[in-house]
Write a protein that binds this ligand. Structure first.
Ligand code: UTP
Length: 290
């Protein structure tokens, strides 16, 4: 039985929806409350038992590498000032995990970004976490998916039900839930960004995947689509021809933190849950004339 140990974090996109904030700062380093969104994803991967993390970076993204590295200057300053708690916090991030970085020289799409990790992943099933999808869940979303992978030993795409015209921003699954577990959907096909009336279901594909290594061969042979981009979903459509693929309707709340409204929602919800910030922030919100 194959185990999922490796996780790819594509982080080489331009983050245009967040300009001007992302002109210099990588989108993946924007914070929900006080933690960069990519750190939520890294913590989820570790909590799911994966310890080989690969971040796909690009020009201008070095803040991501610095974030997970030791900052001697900061640590010395905190030590001198006797700020032990903050010192521990800074050290805990650099001690958290060893990460490999691969450059994607041009932003040629999510499929192309995943392909950059081919040599590091080799012949193993692996996960992909899109850092801008921040998920708050009782059991980490990737852990839930790995539990399903251990039963089905096939590729799994995390899905979420999306109501109304918003479905047109997603890849949408066509398939049937399993009788034994309705959260698992046997996928027949997928439609990229359909009109509401053409959507085969409400099951939108979101930013968590477990994929078999066969995907690399398919991505290598894909013809680029619009804007010269290689779409990951086109590669997965290829997988469907020879392997089973499942959707998984995870338990938890997903925030699209790569989008301004999603980021605001995540910030409010995460802040309200914090022991230190929750009570005064709730009081503040109650006082707003909405
Ligand atoms: P998005 O489409 O959400 O990111 O891709 P983007 O292109 O950076 O954002 P906008 O739409 O312009 O605002 C999802 C993830 O895939 C990565 C992005 O960094 C993001 O984390 N990505 C996307 C790559 O690594 N390479 C690419 O060529 C495209």
């Amino acid at each position: 039985m194959k185990k999922v140990r490796k996780v790819i974090f594509p982080a080489a996109g331009f983050g245009t929806r967040f300009l001007p904030a992302t002109k210099v700062i990588p989108k993946e380093m924007l914070a929900v409350v006080d933690k960069p969104i990519i750190q939520y994803g890294v913590e989820e991967a570790l909590a799911a038992g994966c310890d080989q993390l690969i971040v796909i970076t690009a020009h201008g993204k070095s803040a991501i590498e610095d974030h997970f590295d030791i900052s001697h200057e900061l640590e010395t300053a905190l030590e001198k000032r006797g700020k032990t708690e903050l010192l521990e916090l800074s050290r805990s991030i650099s001690n958290m995990v060893q990460i490999s970085y691969v450059r994607q020289k041009e932003a040629k799409g999510l499929g192309h970004a995943v392909l950059m990790a081919k040599d590091l992943v080799d012949d193993e099933p692996f996960a992909v976490i899109l850092p801008d999808d921040v998920i708050d869940a009782p059991v980490p979303c990737l852990k839930q998916m790995i539990d399903v992978f251990e039963q089905v030993q096939s590729s799994i795409l995390a899905t979420q039900e999306v109501e109304g015209p918003a479905i047109s921003s997603y890849g949408v699954l066509d398939g049937d839930p399993l009788v034994s577990n309705p959260r698992i959907i046997a996928v027949r096909g997928m439609v990229e960004k359909p009109k509401l009336e053409d959507a085969p279901s409400k099951n939108a594909i979101i930013g968590r995947y477990i994929l078999t290594p066969k995907i690399f061969e398919l991505l290598e042979n894909l013809t680029p689509g619009a804007g010269g981009e290689l779409q990951l979903t086109d590669g997965i459509k290829g997988l469907l021809k020879t392997e089973k693929v499942y959707g998984y309707s995870f338990e938890g709340t997903r925030y699209d933190a790569g989008d301004k409204l999603g980021m605001l929602m995540a910030t409010v919800d995460f802040a309200l849950k914090r022991k230190d910030l929750g009570p005064p922030f709730r009081e503040y919100l109650k006082g707003l004339k909405l």
